[in-house]
Design a protein around this ligand. Structure first.
Ligand code: HEM
Length: 484
């Protein structure tokens, strides 16, 4: 009653006793969660409220208010909508809150220093070379779904950079870890779409077989991460002993010459004076495995799609690649060259504007909070519909137009108002992997353009929010060998 009274003046759909506005789901396919949120934002203004039974959500897309929410260190607690991810990710960086989140963010931030990212360029390049080879079989003039190929490449990249371990997903897609990632992603997606299944109890009672499969996949993933942590911990100890005894150091795959993976940073870190335990490290590594591959897969697949449908943009991007990297398609790319692919960066940014990998984010208010003219009650989920904001005509004129040039301008919105162009969110809880992601995406997309001309073939994608933005019918393109 108190929460109802507090939000009674806020615009929002009609309320029925007990059910609240649950009927907004009834009229549509639940898969169309983006459509539901878009309609709410369009019909009820820049701030609106929705009651579903006893749960209250407030949807905000007003730029000035967004800044208040995203920039403030006070509003960093994630909404309960993220809870079902915990079984894989534990209480890692994406889900944690309070002092735990602060101390972990401090430990992990140096991993994204440009010196470390520079070392990863070799990995990006090697994996995208394999990807180019894998796509050769589609030089048959027919369209194909590029999404599954990109998923495996992104998985290889994140495994090697986060854990310092090769799983060779592209060459061995049938390995147990890769299958478990696919299985858990499918099941979590199912639980995301079917909101009843988000409750552990309902899921256990009504989908016992799926629950069994979910638990098995989670166990495979956790066991794998734990084994790697243990191996790296031992390798570090041996390194340390060798250093102490001045013995010559071996250059093994896990030796000192290897690149510093996230795992190494965590193994050498401590929180409150104590080293992190294997369980602490596991949740962070698992978080990176999830956040670091699904998001980039979505963005890279949609970028290839956009390039295939806009030949003039593709031509300009390819010209830039020839100028910056040269015309030898097999030459490994460098960090500096990737930095200099400015137009390609605009292409990726524009793709993320139209197809943001993370279309909605949400916070939970841990106390009554004054936002704009409203006092929002404690425990309200505040949702930020990134995909609606990125198509706001006031912020992005001709919002449906694919126009990478809008990001070239000195006075582009992302510079003048970082709280409008927010595919990576903004403020203290923004995406920690943003620079990593941009480098990986530039490396992979440029490699594709160096090998292939992308052709506008196959059905148009049907974007849908399934954990990240995907397409219900895949992302189809055609390819032919690139002529220099
Ligand atoms: C196109 C690629 C990507 C996009 C669009 C993206 C987007 C986002 C967004 C919107 C958030 C905020 C989530 C929220 O508030 O609920 C986020 C957080 C996060 N991202 Fe990314 N991300 C991308 C790639 C990556 C990569 C490659 C990594 C790791 C290597 C990564 C790691 C993380 C982590 C750990 C967080 C949680 C940060 C925190 O809460 O402190 N992301 N990302």
């Amino acid at each position: 009653k108190r929460r109802y009274d507090m939000t009674v003046n806020m615009p929002g759909p009609f309320l029925l006793p007990i059910f609240g506005s649950g009927f907004i789901f009834k009229r549509r396919d639940v898969q169309d969660s983006l459509g539901i949120v878009r309609d709410l934002s369009v019909n009820y203004g820049t701030i609106c409220r929705v009651w579903i039974f006893h749960q209250l959500a407030v949807v905000i897309r007003k730029p000035e208010v967004l800044e208040t929410v995203l920039a403030s260190p006070k509003y960093i607690t994630k909404s309960s909508l993220y809870d079902f991810l915990e079984l894989w990710l534990g209480d890692g960086l994406l889900l944690s809150a309070g002092s735990k989140w602060h101390s972990r963010r401090k430990i992990i931030t140096p991993k994204f220093h440009f010196k470390i990212l520079e070392e990863f360029v070799e990995i990006f390049d090697r994996q995208s070379k394999i990807l180019a080879q894998k796509l050769e079989k589609h030089l048959d003039g027919k369209d194909f779904n590029v999404y599954p190929y990109i998923t495996l490449a992104a998985l290889d990249v994140v495994c090697e950079t986060a854990m310092g371990t090769k799983i060779n997903a592209q060459t061995d897609p049938d390995c147990e870890y890769v299958r478990a990632v696919a299985e858990i992603t499918t099941i979590l997606t199912e639980r995301f779409i079917n909101i009843w299944y988000r409750s552990d109890l309902i899921f256990k009672i009504f989908a016992p077989k799926m629950k069994e499969r979910q638990d098995y996949a989670a166990k495979v993933l956790h066991d794998f991460t734990e084994r790697i942590i243990e191996e790296r911990r031992n390798a570090l100890l041996i390194e340390q002993m060798n250093k102490d005894s001045n013995a010559p150091q071996e250059d093994t795959d896990v030796g000192t010459k290897r690149k510093l993976a996230l795992l190494d940073v965590l193994l050498q870190s401590s929180a409150d004076g104590k080293p992190l335990t294997n369980a602490d490290i596991r949740e962070e590594v698992d978080t990176f495995m999830f956040e670091g591959h699904d998001t980039t897969t979505s963005a890279m697949s949609f970028t290839l799609y956009c390039l295939s449908r806009h030949p003039e943009v593709q031509k300009r991007a390819f010209q830039e690649i020839c100028e910056v990297i040269g015309t030898d398609k097999n030459k490994p790319v460098t960090y500096r060259e990737l930095q200099n692919l400015k137009y390609l960066e605009c292409v990726i940014k524009e793709t993320l504007r139209l197809y943001p990998s993370v279309p909605i984010i949400a916070r939970r208010m841990i106390e009554d909070t004054k936002i704009d003219d409203y006092l929002i009650p404690v425990n309200t989920n505040v949702s930020i519909p990134i995909f609606v904001i990125l198509k706001d005509p006031k912020l992005f004129p001709e919002p449906e137009k694919f126009n990478p040039d809008r990001h070239l301008l000195e006075n582009s919105d992302e510079k003048t108002n970082p709280y409008s162009y927010i595919p990576f969110s903004a403020g203290p809880r923004n995406c920690i992997g943003q620079k990593f992601a941009m480098l990986e995406m530039k490396s992979t997309v440029s490699k594709m353009l160096r090998h292939y001309e992308l052709l506008p073939m196959g059905p148009e994608p049907i974007p849908v929010l399934n954990l990240v933005l995907r397409s219900t019918n895949g992302i189809h393109i055609g390819i032919k060998p690139r002529q220099y």
